[in-house]
Design a protein around this ligand. Structure first.
Ligand code: ADP
Ligand code: F6P
Length: 468
């Protein structure tokens, strides 16, 4: 596996090195998949390296081999914060914020992609399968194929793939597309994204896609949708443990036992629709359709990409809005919104999911959104209600959620009120149907579908898995 980040970030405290789980949905999904196959994960260690500093040695972690790749401060500024997260990220998310382009960012993107390709080429056994992940590494498939033509190469894009008209904005667009075409199989979250990709090969490179494939240099490259998922069993188990249930009850108590606990959990990202969610809540309070302390909102906003301007501006806007709502509708000791700019353990997050009457997932655009799936997986009690944006990939599967268009404030308010007022039987029916779908489509199903489409057999079960 090759991904921008390793599943753990390196933390140095008083000269001592330790490792901590790294953020985001990609890690949540891929960790159990790679551990089950005892695979090697090539990725950045999460810390800026000095120029010329050798990368840490590969090491064993949680049934995987981790091979760190170094990124210097300059790489981080131009490749990660620049081309990946200020050009590609906004462009691929419908340009909900303006994408910026700089030539020096592109050069760094190419240089760093080459570094990842070389590390993967060095790690991979003869005829191995290498699975490259996400928009940060779109040039790796072609670079790796040039270094190691014996490998089987898959690529999966975790974020949306834009329509042709939008992709055409991208400087060096043909090189990005050729990079992806180095793979044998290119996977996307949704069928429309795969279609966009195949259309683009015709439009930009004059290729002739047929069905779900396109021929390039006498090779066939396939493109299809494989909606990513979560480790459903792991979340269910957490949601059933006594200490998580006790913590969940305690959270409600600490919040003053509200009748209606509304929850949001996101990276603090402008694609997640956090502002729109607050605005809907504020208007409902002002119209007395909701009131404090009966209704309370908790927003967990994980710090993310904090050096990038769009993210700094978002933080200011979100925190101003929280202040405004609390100023107008809170009371001493009873805020209307609890805003938590922190990271939490899996069990604390699951306790929050179990405590929430309504979960709000309202991205303006999102490849999948695993938080929505985690909430459903955690509701083993069939309680709770999910408000879900039509623009999250998850909306293609979780059809029984209260779907809304996050650009339409009235629509968000109505969906939230329908979720608040849903009767118990209807809520349970919706939750049961969504849970049934998720159990049949968990992250193992996702990985197996992708890898079998790539021609890779399923892993041999370990002895303990045999026994279960
Ligand atoms: P993205 O990949 O854009 O971050 P997803 O919703 O697909 O969005 O995945 C986010 C992942 O990060 C989920 O697994 C979620 O549980 C986790 N997560 C979100 N917020 C926090 C937090 N504050 N602390 C720890 N994990 C978090
Ligand atoms: O798929 C979304 C994604 O960008 C992943 O590639 C990444 O692991 C996650 O979000 C978190 O982002 P970052 O690595 O930039 O903190």
């Amino acid at each position: 596996m090759v991904a921008n980040r390793l599943p753990v970030d390196e933390v140095i405290n008083d000269g001592e090195r330790s490792w901590r789980r790294s953020p985001g949905g990609l890690v949540t999904a891929l960790h159990p998949v790679l551990a089950a196959r005892r695979g090697t994960w090539v990725g950045w260690s999460g810390r800026a390296a000095e120029p010329g500093e050798p990368a840490p040695e590969a090491f064993e972690h949680d049934q995987m081999r981790l091979r760190p790749v170094n990124l210097t401060t300059d790489d981080l500024e131009r490749y990660y914060e620049g081309f990946a997260n200020s050009s590609l990220w906004p462009l691929y998310h419908d340009a909900v914020e303006t994408p910026f382009y700089k030539r020096s960012w592109w050069e760094a993107y190419r240089r760093v992609n080459q570094r990842f390709a070389e590390a993967a080429a060095d790690e991979a056994a003869p005829q191995a399968t290498v699975w490259v992940q996400d928009y940060q590494l779109q040039l790796v498939p072609a670079m790796l194929r040039a270094l190691r033509p014996d490998l089987k190469i898959g690529f999966f894009l975790h974020i949306p793939f834009p329509p042709v008209e939008l992709f055409m904005q991208l400087p060096r667009r043909a090189e990005v597309l050729r990079g992806l075409l180095g793979a044998d199989l290119v996977g996307f979250q949704r069928p429309l994204a795969a279609q966009n990709f195949l259309r683009l090969t015709r439009h930009l490179l004059g290729l002739r896609p047929r069905g779900a494939g396109v021929e390039v240099d006498d090779r066939l490259v396939h493109a299809a949708a494989f909606p990513i998922s979560i480790d459903v069993l792991q979340i269910e188990e957490l949601a059933s443990t006594p200490h998580v249930l006790a913590r969940s009850a305690q959270i409600r108590k600490e919040l003053g036992d509200p009748k209606m606990l509304i929850l949001g959990v996101d990276r603090l990202d402008y694609t997640k629709g956090i502002e729109q969610r607050f605005k809907a809540f504020r208007e409902l309070l002002s119209e007395n359709r909701l009131s404090v302390p009966d209704a309370v909102m908790v927003q967990v906003a994980t710090p993310s990409r904090e050096r990038i301007e769009h993210y700094q501006a978002l933080r200011v806007k979100v925190e101003r809005e929280v202040g405004r709502i609390n100023g107008e509708y809170g009371r001493v000791g009873v805020p209307a919104v609890h805003y938590l700019h922190q990271s939490y353990s899996r069990s604390e997050l699951v306790a929050m999911y179990c405590a929430a009457d309504v979960m709000m997932v309202t991205p303006l655009r999102d490849g999948m959104n695993l938080v929505a799936k985690e909430y459903v997986a955690a509701r083993v009690d069939l309680g709770g209600a999910l408000v879900l944006s039509e623009f999250a990939g998850a909306a293609g599967e979780l059809r029984q959620a209260f779907l809304c268009n996050p650009h339409d404030l009235q629509g968000v308010k109505d969906a939230l009120m329908r979720a608040v007022n849903v009767d118990e039987a209807d809520a349970a029916r919706r939750m049961r149907t969504m849970r049934r779908h998720l159990r049949a489509h968990d992250v193992r199903h996702w990985a197996t579908s992708f890898l079998s489409a790539l021609g890779v057999p399923a892993p041999t079960p370990t002895r303990s898995e045999d026994n279960t």
